[in-house]
Design a protein around this ligand. Sequence first.
Ligand code: ADP
Ligand code: ZN
Ligand code: ZN
Length: 731
Amino acid sequence: MSVLRLAIPSPLRSLFDYLPPEHLAQDQLGQLQPGCRVLVPFGRRQVQGYLIEVAADSELPRESLRRAITILDHQALPATSLVQLCLWAVDYYQHSPGEVLSNAFPQGLREGQPHQPPGTAGWALSQRGKGLPEGALKRSPRQAQALALLQTFTALPASELKARGLSPGILRSLENRGLAERCVLQPPRETPLCQPGLALNPDQAAAFAGIADSFGRFSCHLLEGVTGSGKTEVYLQLIARCLERGDQALVLIPEIGLTPQTLARFQARFQGGIVVMHSGLSATERYRAWEAARTGSAAIVIGTRSAIFSSLQRPGLIIVDEEHDASFKQQDGFRYSARDVAVKRGQLENCTVLLGSATPALESLHNALQGKYRHHPLPLRAGSSRLPVISALDVRKQALQGGLSAALLTAIGNTLENGRQVLLFLNRRGYAPTLQCHDCGWIAQCRACDARMTVHRRSRRLRCHHCSAGERLPQRCQNCHSERLLTNGLGTEQTEEVLCRQFNRWPVHRVDSDSMQNRSAMQDLVNEVNGGEPCILLGTQMLTKGHHFPAVNLVAIIDADAMLFSADFRGEERMAQLLTQVAGRAGRGDETGTVLLQTHYPDHPIVQAMLAETYAEQARRMLSERQQTGLPPWGRLLLLRSDCADAAAGESFLSQLRRQAQATLPAGCRMIGPLPSPLQRRAGKFRSQLLVTAADSRSAQTAARMLVAVAVQLPVRGGVNWSIDVDPLDL
Ligand code: ADP
Ligand code: ZN
Ligand code: ZN
């Protein structure tokens, strides 16, 4: 007697066996596919689980098994290959199967809602009806008329039959005679109208040909193209080719709200048949987009990270744009990398995967250089623009206003006078990162985190950038009640003040998560900036993502030093990526742009490297430096984290884990820690971590499985939460 083996959304990492629902026939049971949703009792609740397999038997005694309540889908909604992808991710990321599987469904369908098949209800000719000679059913003329219509069209919407005077009753009579049957007519596949593309330059053409030739089977490609080299044009033409083959294309981009231009370019090239998936959509919009992707009525799906788990009917090409971007890695719960999942998906679905970036992650570059991915460099800018010239501005001993040196202020003034735009990068929002008492030295700290509160002068508040804490800006020191409070350090609000005062003839646009809160704000800004009038753009990381501002001629990094002394082994890689991306916003028009780096350390090797080497050169050098240390991409990492209101309990959990796992860990694996995490206390919880280094992917996988197997057996005291992060980005 069979059992249903289910994944259930809960933190538990095991599968659960249930008896099939009472009235399910044996042949129906045999037809159930992995990924079917099943409603079951779970504890005292009813929850939706996902069928993994119909198993012959359970390891548990039959009497102890509970019975499933009902089967929600008799046919699985996601493609089988997508369910396989999820199961791969369950194992690779060592995460709960139910939570992983739920990523393959939109919200409503995660909560037990019935699936409404798309399309319209209709009637079709049955097998028997097909065999009937024309002119049959003489004695019931209406039925004969309906049959004749179905013989001509095979299937018709019920509404159309009704319009011809053929009521549902007549069709039911045909159904009873076994001549007609109900059906669902799928909406027609939308084929977008494709506008002609640009004539590709030789590098683009070579990349295009190399990638297009590989369509129809699995292969992974890295398009390493400097900023403005025309990567997007290559994507667009590859998509057009993919659609000509009748396949669908999936495009992952970092953040849709922040890159309205990328989306607009896709929509301008392909009219109709594009759906967009991101967190800003309503549940209904998401559902529609998901369904259009799944049934194949949408030809192009553009989405952020989670779109990698949307089912496609005819996957042909998966593009990950700005593949180095950290937003592709989910940082909590199910900690997957959408880029890495994309590559696995290509393997399972036999399709082409294309990773593109001006600043590829060392992981991807490594795979390309090792020959695992095919490598397509675009070393030159497309069209007539040239890469900007980068120089350092030594600010030692210089007077700074709002963080800006006199030399930089002059350069800004000249650029504006010449009718050009200026882009200034400062990666700290707010007015100042510290509020300090001049009389006693008190500093405003977050009560819940090991962090200082940031001063936001506009909203007159202190805010913690690590948790949601906020309070009114105090007038007095909370220690000695002095009114002499100082703001130290620099944030975008402060620089904005100075810029507005100095350059009051020109608009100053501040671009950070405070000023860009609503969804249309970025779009409005982009429209205005692309009007081309001189202005100043001042912003954080947000400004660096894929924007194309042809009139920006001067780019300056206000505080390059902030990035120089990172403790993270990826610090230098991140800085090089960020600076290259910021610099890449300059000179996209006809004139060569200028990039200025303000620093107190003009001789620092990283600053020197930024001036002397291209990203491609820096990346290859960093790659060989990493080889010495065995860090990724040469080796692999796992991070086990604990978080707990009691600092000692979290750390002792990890210590026990280390002790018990030590002996059985595969050769070449090492454990470091437990150590307090950077910013140990956050939102009231103390965080610790145990780092595991492994020589290769296989031993990392074995170690991940073993560590989780040990951890789930350990007694958890004092409310310790723990998690595993496979291939962590932040250490
Ligand atoms: P990337 O995605 O690499 O940053 P884009 O695709 O945005 O580069 O291209 C940068 C600019 O160059 C755009 O204005 C684009 O229209 C233009 N461009 C791209 N390819 C060509 C080409 N083959 N000929 C002329 N201009 C091009
Ligand atoms: Zn004080
Ligand atoms: Zn906080």
